[in-house]
Design a protein around this ligand. Structure first.
Ligand code: SF4
Length: 451
């Protein structure tokens, strides 16, 4: 199999891993080196299906020894398999970078052989890119659960960001859907990186390594198991606090395998739920909300018809209306229709003058939402009365825009391999290709997760 064929298979295999933002890195070009993530940052572009494509985003291998129910790379699926050598990945990265196709690399892998064997190959790629080729571009490297601390340490020295995917939002469901995985092996690399970040972050001496400058992230699949949004947000909040993750990504479950443990194949990806979770995540990261303010045991799921901030405001009429002339910054942030920048502008300008409605509009406040939640003498008295049951239908006014469908409406069913094909190679052979079952031509592979 030539490199082009491998690239087709392994770039498609990485498509549904969404934990790949490239922001936050401050690595500058080494002397006489190549690439620089610092001055230009990494430009994000988005493919037609909404995913980031500014990085060369590939798997090192999709020949996985595990059999996670939700993943198209699982060993029991009869799909084309391929594995890059480290040199092939290095050459591709450098050539693509020189042609200005990419600004960095997102490298993940299925588990081939053992976690350490896989991680060793991944680390070899980044280490050679940095030390031999003096590559200064952005690198996001997946960490393989179960890999040794020595390899994790090397990954942290050379990559900008790393991620290890938790995949399923509860250990019980993970054990059910991916019996060969457990939470301990996923938390171990996260905890290791978090501790090293603290250790190296304290002193910025000349010889202190620039350890994972863009931090860590993870991804959760939403809708493959029965966890509530409250459970998902609780887990996310824990990652932000304890493991100091930069981002938690949510990936609406895309059915690719016929498996009785999973929702039916006719199920559509829960994209609206994914979107609401991202909004709630935003509230936790930028609006000073705690996860248990957004949801609680009585309200375990986000309202799909209403954004989480408006939902919180309607459940807490005791805080409204808010007088923008006197309220705390934190309270202004909680008003639906007011963003971080607008709240800052309100606080900095109200010292000098009374804030007019026109000024609020210029500050970016969405008045058609905010007017129900703020006190302002120019807002008619009828609107100023805060009755949640009356406001809710007004906020639900039908939208003229429709969310684009990221996926084909018909789910793809990947063929299962006959029982004999689960003896995948235990090490990396030079051409470890398992041919697709005769007579089955796969449409574009819908692959979900790796590592
Ligand atoms: S999720 Fe990762 S470990 Fe599980 S089957 Fe897919 S590639 Fe293998």
């Amino acid at each position: 199999m030539d490199v082009r064929e491998k690239l087709n298979i392994l770039s498609a295999a990485a498509k549904y891993d969404v934990s790949c933002t490239s922001s936050g890195s401050r690595r500058s070009a080494p002397p006489r080196g190549l690439g620089d993530a610092c001055p230009a940052g990494i430009c994000h572009t988005w493919s037609s299906d909404g995913r980031c494509i500014s990085l060369l985003k590939i798997l090192l291998s999709n020949a996985c020894k595990y059999d996670c129910a939700y993943c198209a790379n699982r060993r029991s699926n009869d799909i084309p398999r391929a594995t890059f050598t480290p040199k092939e990945v290095i050459d591709l990265t450098l050539e693509f970078y020189r042609r200005n196709y990419i600004e960095g690399l997102f490298l993940s892998s299925a588990v081939v052989g053992s976690p350490d064997a896989t991680m060793e190959r991944l680390v070899k790629v980044v280490k050679e890119l940095r030390t031999v080729h003096r590559f200064g571009g952005y690198i996001h490297l997946k960490s393989i659960p179960g890999a040794s601390e020595k390899l994790l340490h090397e990954a942290g020295l050379y990559a900008d960001r790393t991620s290890v995917n938790i995949e399923v939002p509860s250990e019980r469901s993970l054990t059910y859907l991916a019996p060969e995985k457990n939470y301990a092996s996923v938390y171990a690399p996260m905890n290791y990186f978090a501790e090293r970040k603290i250790e190296y972050g304290g002193s910025r001496g000349r010889y202190t390594p620039n350890f994972l400058p863009a931090g860590q992230s993870t991804q959760m699949i939403v809708g493959a198991s029965g966890e509530t949004d409250f459970q998902i947000l609780t887990l996310s909040a824990g990652f932000y606090r304890q493991q100091r993750l930069k981002r938690v990504y949510f990936s609406g479950y895309v059915p690719v395998n016929a498996d009785k443990r999973l929702p039916a194949l006719t199920t559509k990806p829960p994209l609206l739920r994914e979107h609401r979770l991202y909004q709630a995540d935003w509230l936790m990261r930028f609006y000073k909300f705690d996860y248990d303010e957004i949801l609680d045991a009585k309200h375990p799921n986000l309202d799909l018809n209403l954004d989480p901030k408006a939902g919180w405001a309607l459940r807490h009429p005791e805080f409204f209306p808010v007088d923008l002339q006197t309220a705390d910054y934190e309270m202004i942030l909680r008003v639906p229709g007011i963003g971080v920048k607008s709240a800052q502008l309100i606080v900095s300008s109200r010292r000098y003058c009374k804030i007019r409605l026109e000024t609020l509009k210029k500050m970016g406040v969405v008045l058609k939402r905010a007017k129900y939640f703020i006190y302002h003498p120019d807002i008619p008295a009828g609107v100023r009365q805060f009755y949640p049951e009356m406001i809710r239908p007004l906020l639900l006014a039908p939208s003229k825009t429709q969310q684009l469908d990221l996926f084909d409406s018909t789910p793809l069913l990947l063929p299962s391999a006959p029982a004999t094909t689960n003896s995948l190679p235990s090490v990396f052979p030079s051409t470890n290709v398992i041919p697709a079952k005769a007579g089955i031509s796969l449409p574009k592979p819908h692959l979900l997760a790796a590592g």
